[in-house]
Design a protein around this ligand. Structure first.
Ligand code: KG4
Ligand code: ZN
Length: 354
């Protein structure tokens, strides 16, 4: 079946067409129009500015995705739309457009939880050797959760952040270091300078805490780590002018975050014994996180656990992942009427099991 996916929950206007069968989720087109340049002078996303930009771009993006996939609206079998969580003014543009298209084209439409989309990014492509139960680490700008899935669309949250999300901590630390927005890729770039430098010696001997690393539960805390960076930089304010110090602080923060994230998912894997571990969400674009998790899964579990990580372009916000999640929801409940009356728009939408 052909699915049109639409995503406008934050600062990306995205539309894609997937061709989905039991054997393969093939992405025919995946257009993402980013607003990073628009928001970066403010150091974060301004909801009303985002909405105005989505409104300007959404139809051109949908037209382009249809054109690129060489499909017409008549050929679309299902529309998938992110209905939350996210910024209400931004979400409303996507849900209004999806409802209108479903009404005018007379097509079914499914509302998808943004995080469910991130999780299902792992199912894009040819049918993979992903075996249940799955244990996933969801790491985005708003979420840090460990999720156990015994079946498709069944979610058990076994741990989550008690304060900041991992992506939020990347963004806040980048702001403290004067790197700009969004912080994740900028911190990674700075940290990479240290990782790829030949000398292993660090000049500033920065030590950062690993909050809750050894706690017996599977929860996280990143606000203390962020504050530790703030105190360190306040204590050594003059060093903020030194590019070597910035790189080393970025490296130290990234190392602490990656250690906490990977040790927690490995600890949970020992307890819950999943057959597959997966990553999901924007922070999963981080190479150090991807490589460290792959390496640790290999040394701790050899080939007993599969390590599944989305392709880079499906780690970050996109709409192919929303369309993919909709395929699994549709397959499970074909008799249900997925019409435009059911679409919600919720800033704090909770992930629910099908
Ligand atoms: O999933 P996402 O694109 O949007 C949300 O659903 O929130 O995640 C965005 C978050 C931001 O906090 C961003 O700084 C972070 O993901 N991020 C990264 C990287 N790329 C994006 N964090 C670390 N390393 C990266 N390479
Ligand atoms: Zn996201």
């Amino acid at each position: 079946m052909l699915i049109l996916g639409i995503e406008t929950s934050c600062d990306e206007t995205a539309a894609s067409i997937i061709s989905a069968t039991k054997k393969e989720i093939r992405v025919l087109s995946n257009i993402v129009s980013s607003q990073v340049k628009l928001h970066s002078p403010w150091g974060g996303v301004i909801p009303n500015l985002a909405a105005r930009e989505h409104l300007k771009n959404i139809f051109p993006v949908i037209q382009e995705t249809l054109k690129k996939a060489k499909k017409t609206s008549q050929e679309i079998d299902l529309i998938a739309i992110t209905e939350g969580p996210g910024l209400i003014p931004a979400l409303l543009i996507g849900t209004s457009v999806a409802k209108t298209l479903a009404f005018v084209w007379n097509k079914p439409v499914i509302g998808i939880h943004h995080i469910e989309g991130h999780i299902y990014a792992n199912f894009i492509g040819k049918k993979k050797k992903i075996k249940f139960p799955l244990l996933g680490l969801v790491v985005s700008g708003g979420h840090t959760q460990l999720i156990l899935m015994k079946k498709h669309l069944k979610y058990e949250i076994i741990g989550e952040t008690q304060d900041d999300a991992a992506g939020e901590a990347f963004d806040k630390v980048a702001r403290i270091l004067g790197l700009g927005y969004p912080g994740g890729p900028l911190i990674e770039k700075e940290a990479q300078k240290i990782i790829s430098s030949r000398s292993k010696k660090r000049r500033f001997n920065i030590r950062l805490p690993r909050p809750m690393l050894k706690s017996p539960d599977f929860n996280f805390s990143f606000s203390g780590l962020k504050t530790a960076v703030l105190y360190e930089t306040k204590k050594n304010a003059s060093r903020l002018k030194n590019p070597a110090y910035i790189s080393e602080m970025a490296w130290a923060f990234q190392a602490a975050t990656v250690e906490i994230l990977t040790e927690k998912i490995l600890g949970a894997a020992r307890k819950f014994k999943p057959k597959t571990l997966f990553l999901a969400g924007g922070v999963s674009a981080n190479q150090e996180l991807r490589n460290t998790l792959r390496r640790k899964v290999q040394t701790s579990f050899q080939r007993k656990i599969i390590c599944q990580i989305p392709a880079l372009n499906y780690s970050l916000d996109n709409s192919a992942m929303i369309a993919t999640a909709a395929f699994f929801r549709f397959r499970q409940a074909q008799k249900k009427k997925f019409n435009w009356k059911k679409i919600k728009t919720e800033a704090n939408l909770k992930l629910t099991t099908a």
